[in-house]
Design a protein around this ligand. Structure first.
Ligand code: PFF
Length: 456
C-alpha cells in the first residue's frame, strides 16, 4: 500500500505538447491521408475542419474541464464531480476504451519500429510493388517477429511512463514533438518538389463538393474523434496534471490546430509523392506500409540515397508519433491502478502494460496463425479495432458531452473553462448549445452510421 502521489506538468508548454503528442499519431500520418483519399480529397478536408472546430474543440474543452476540476484519474473524475448512478462509470468506460485501444495500437507501433529497422538497413530498396505487399503480409503474419516488436514498443512506452509525468511524458513530448515537426517539414519539401506533384496538392487542397455525401460528413467526424484522442480518458487524465493557470479553450484550440496542421502536412507528403508516381491515393490501410515504400523508391529512383533518407525519416516520424500517443493511452490505466488500488506507479505501470501485452499478443497472432478464430466474422485485431474505435469511442464522447452539458455543476464548469474569469454570455450560450444538443445529436448520427443503420 502506498500513499498516492500526483505528478503535474511543469509548464504550460509542456502540457500542450504532451496533449498534442497524444493527439498526433498514426491517426494523422496514416489514417487521415487514407480517409481523405477514400473520401474525395479537398471536400473531405473542409468537412474535417468543420468537425474539428464544432465538435472536436468543445468536447476537448469538456474533457479538460472534467480532468482539471477533479484532479484525479479518469474513472474517479466523474463521481468527484457529482456523477450518480450509472454516470459514475462513464470515466471508467473511457479509461477502459483507451486501454483496449493500446492493445492493438501497440502492435501497429511495433510494425513502425520494424519499418524503421528495415529502412535503416536499406531493406526497402530494390523491390517490386509485389515484394512490398508480400513482405508486409509475411511480417505481420509471422508468429514471432511482430511479438518481439510488440514487446519492444510496449517496453519503450512503459519506460517513459515509469519516468513519471514531468521527467517522462513531458520531457519525451518536448523532445519528440519538435523533432517530428522538423521531419515533416523536410519531407513535405521533398515531396511537393517532385515532378508531377502538383496534382497531389490540388487533390488535397481544392475541394470538389460534388463528391460530398452524408457518409463523407460522418467519416470526417469519426476521423476528428480518433485524431484528437477524444472519448478515451486521455485528455481528461492529462488535464488533471495541467497547471491551474492553463487556459483550457486556448489549449484545445492550439492542440486541435497543431493536430490538424500535422494531418494536412502528412497529406502533403503522401499525395504529391503518390501522384508523382501514379499511385492511387485511396489505396486503403496498406498505404503506409506497402504503397509508400514503393512511392519513395520510385519517386527518387535516380537518387537512391535520397529514397533511403526519405523512407528512414518517414518511418522514424511514424514511430515517434505512435510512441507519444501510446504513452497517453498507457497513462490513464496506470493512474487508475495507482490511485484506486494505492499501488505504486512503478508497479501500476507494469501491471497495465502486462495486460496490454497479453491481449496484444493475441491481437498480433490473429493476423497470422490465429486467423481462423473469428468473432462476428472478424479476427481479434479487427474486432478490437471495430469495438473500440467504432462503438466505445463515440459512446464515451457522447456520455462525456451529456454529463458535462446536463449533469455537471454549471458554475464549476464555467469557472474551469474561464479560469475564474467572466466569459461573455454569448460565448457561454454557444458553448452550452453545442455541448448539450449539437454534439450529442452529431455523435448519435456517427454512431448509428458506423453500425450501418443508415446504410450510407
Ligand atoms: N490520436 C491518436 C492518433 O491520431 O493516432 C490515437 C489516440 C491516442 C487515440 C490516444 C486515442 C487516444 F486516447
Amino acid at each position: 500500500m502506498e500513499q498516492v502521489t500526483r505528478g503535474n506538468f511543469g509548464s504550460k508548454l509542456g502540457a500542450i505538447l504532451a496533449a498534442a503528442g497524444s493527439a498526433i499519431g498514426l491517426g494523422n500520418v496514416w489514417r487521415f491521408p487514407y480517409e481523405t483519399g477514400a473520401n474525395g480529397g479537398g471536400a473531405f478536408l473542409v468537412l474535417y475542419l468543420c468537425c474539428v472546430l464544432i465538435i472536436g474543440v468543445p468536447l476537448m474543452v469538456a474533457e479538460f474541464a472534467v480532468g482539471r476540476r477533479s484532479r484525479t484519474n479518469g474513472y474517479r473524475a466523474f463521481p468527484t464531480l457529482g456523477a450518480k448512478g450509472a454516470w459514475k462509470y462513464v470515466g471508467f468506460l473511457c479509461v477502459l476504451t483507451g486501454w483496449l485501444i493500446l492493445c492493438y495500437y501497440g502492435v501497429v507501433q511495433g510494425w513502425t519500429i520494424e519499418y524503421v529497422v528495415q529502412a535503416g538497413m536499406n531493406g526497402l530498396a530494390g523491390k517490386t510493388p509485389a515484394d512490398y505487399a508480400a513482405d508486409f503480409t509475411n511480417f505481420v503474419s509471422d508468429p514471432v517477429k511482430p511479438l518481439l516488436y510488440l514487446f519492444l514498443s510496449m517496453g519503450l512506452t512503459l519506460g517513459v511512463i515509469l519516468m513519471g509525468v514531468q521527467k517522462g511524458i513531458e520531457r519525451a513530448s518536448k523532445v519528440l514533438m519538435p523533432m517530428l515537426f522538423v521531419f515533416i517539414v523536410v519531407l513535405v519539401g521533398c515531396s511537393v518538389t517532385l515532378p508531377g506533384a502538383s496534382d497531389g496538392i490540388k487533390f488535397l487542397l481544392l475541394p470538389d463538393f460534388s463528391k460530398v455525401t452524408p457518409a463523407t460528413f460522418l467519416a470526417a467526424m469519426g476521423q476528428a474523434f480518433f485524431s484528437l484522442s477524444i472519448g478515451m480518458g486521455c485528455l481528461c487524465t492529462y488535464a488533471s496534471y495541467f497547471p491551474k493557470e492553463a487556459n483550457l479553450f486556448g489549449n484545445a484550440l492550439n492542440i486541435a490546430g497543431i493536430d490538424t496542421m500535422i494531418a494536412i502536412l502528412s497529406g502533403l507528403i503522401i499525395f504529391p509523392a503518390a501522384y508523382a508516381v501514379g499511385i492511387e491515393p485511396g489505396a486503403g490501410p496498406s498505404l503506409v506500409f506497402i504503397t509508400l515504400p514503393n512511392v519513395f523508391y520510385q519517386a527518387f529512383g535516380q537518387w537512391p540515397w535520397l529514397a533511403y533518407a526519405f523512407s528512414l525519416m518517414f518511418y522514424l516520424l511514424l514511430a515517434m508519433a505512435a510512441l507519444t500517443s501510446a504513452i497517453s493511452l498507457l497513462e490513464p490505466p496506470t493512474l487508475w491502478i495507482h490511485e484506486e488500488f494505492h499501488i505504486r506507479r512503478r508497479y501500476a505501470a507494469p501491471i497495465a502494460t502486462a495486460i496490454c501485452v497479453l491481449v496484444g499478443i493475441a491481437c498480433s497472432l490473429s493476423m497470422g496463425v490465429w486467423d481462423g478464430y473469428k468473432i462476428g466474422g472478424m479476427n481479434l485485431f479487427d474486432f478490437f479495432d471495430f469495438t473500440t474505435a467504432k462503438i466505445l469511442l463515440p459512446l464515451g464522447g457522447l456520455l462525456t458531452a451529456l454529463f458535462v452539458g446536463w449533469k455537471m455543476d454549471k458554475k464549476a464548469l464555467l469557472s474551469e473553462i474561464s479560469n475564474e474569469r467572466v466569459l461573455p454570455q454569448t460565448l457561454i450560450r454557444i458553448y452550452y448549445a453545442l455541448i448539450r444538443v449539437v454534439l450529442p445529436l452529431a455523435i448519435i448520427a456517427i454512431f448509428l452510421n458506423e453500425l450501418g443503420l443508415f446504410g450510407f
